[in-house]
Design a protein around this ligand. Structure first.
Ligand SMILES: [Zn+2]
Ligand SMILES: [Zn+2]
Length: 347
């Protein structure tokens, strides 16, 4: 079968290869991949600068959906023909304090599909049965393939931050994570401001379509002045930092009110220098958010089915696997918002 393989660590070292189809072992499920999305972390795999454990050679891709074609011994609930998506936690120890409390996204021994195990930029992918989620009939494969980032934001916004109706939320960075954060914040009844830069204009337009109350291009407008001049907003109650950039964090902390909530969602390229005295003087509650777990997946899929969260609007490019290089390029350049592959279709 065709597969996009990272064959050696370092910059690049990726190619489309013909590899054997995987077979499901006991308690595993084989999925014919319908749709698989490129994640920001896949760009870090491309450049060889990711901190999540990998084992080369491996097939990239962890955000996907498809149809079950075969199940291994001991799999009952999931049948051949089931429409599914799957979490990327592939191996966890089941013994540490995080696994035992259902927080297996934080297991120190966690190894993931698309990093340490073969992923979904391929015609077929095998995953453990306990990571598979059955899809409601009205959730299409494109939407389902974006369950992973949607669940990440469910975890960040619903499980870790908590937003009340009427609160003002500032989201810095209108990439896929920012656009999901916007939708979750709106679903909670918040007033939402989302900021980006000059090359984010299309993303900011989409943010407006998705219900943002205010969009700010920080290269054109002074965000502090613009927010303070707005009648309905006094201060920012919640900061969801989705850009992983130091200036965005600095401005966000400046705008955040005393006793406000700050959640870091974007990954910084390296160490950053920020004056954290704001946390002390303003009694800010700060948290980070990493990956997701079962509880977030279940709710993210339900909210897609209910039409509360729209994932497919984020997809700007649908490509065959043969065009993986183009996919990575348009995603990295910011031209695309979300790029997906359809490995089993001749597009
Ligand atoms: Zn991802
Ligand atoms: Zn563990």
């Amino acid at each position: 079968m065709k597969a996009v393989v990272k064959y050696e660590w370092g910059e690049g070292n990726i190619e489309l290869r013909d590899i054997p189809e995987p077979a499901p072992g006991p308690e595993e499920v084989k999925i014919k991949v319908d749709t698989a999305g490129i994640c920001g972390s896949d760009l870090h795999i491309l450049h060889g600068d990711i901190q999540i454990p990998t084992r080369t050679p491996f097939v990239i891709g962890h955000e996907f959906s498809g149809i079950v074609t075969e199940v291994g011994e001991g799999v009952e609930r999931i049948k051949e023909g089931s429409r599914v998506t799957a979490e990327n936690s592939r191996y966890v120890c089941n013994c540490c304090r995080y696994c035992r409390t259902g927080n297996y996204n934080l297991c120190p021994e966690r190894l993931a599909t698309g990093y340490a195990f073969d992923g979904a930029f391929a015609e077929y992918c095998v995953v453990p049965r306990e990571r598979v989620h059955l899809l409601p009939d009205n959730v299409d494969f494109t939407t389902a393939a974006l369950s992973d980032p949607s669940a990440c934001i469910y975890h960040a916004v619903q499980e870790l931050t908590g937003i009340s109706a009427g609160e003002t939320v500032l989201i810095t960075g209108p990439g896929p994570m920012g656009l999901f954060s916007l939708q979750y914040a709106k679903a909670n009844g918040a007033y939402v401001i989302i900021s980006g830069r000059e090359n984010d204009n299309e993303r900011l337009q989409l943010a407006e379509e998705l219900g943002a109350d205010m969009i700010v291009n920080v290269d054109q407008d002074n965000i502090v002045e613009k927010i303070q001049k707005t009648d309905e907003v006094e201060t920012v109650d919640v900061l969801l930092e989705c850009s992983g950039s130091q200036p965005a964090l600095e401005t966000g902390l400046e705008l955040l009110r005393k006793q406000g909530k700050y959640t870091q969602i974007g990954i910084f390229g390296g160490p950053v220098t920020v004056d954290l005295n704001a946390l002390v003087y303003k009694e800010i509650k700060a948290t980070g958010s990493f990956s997701q777990k079962y509880s977030a997946w279940r709710e993210a899929i339900k909210l897609a089915s209910l039409g509360k969260i729209n994932a497919s609007k984020l997809v700007t490019h649908i490509l065959p696997l043969e065009e993986w290089e183009k996919g990575f390029r348009v995603f990295e350049s910011g031209v695309a918002i979300k790029v997906v592959f359809r490995p089993n279709e001749n597009l």
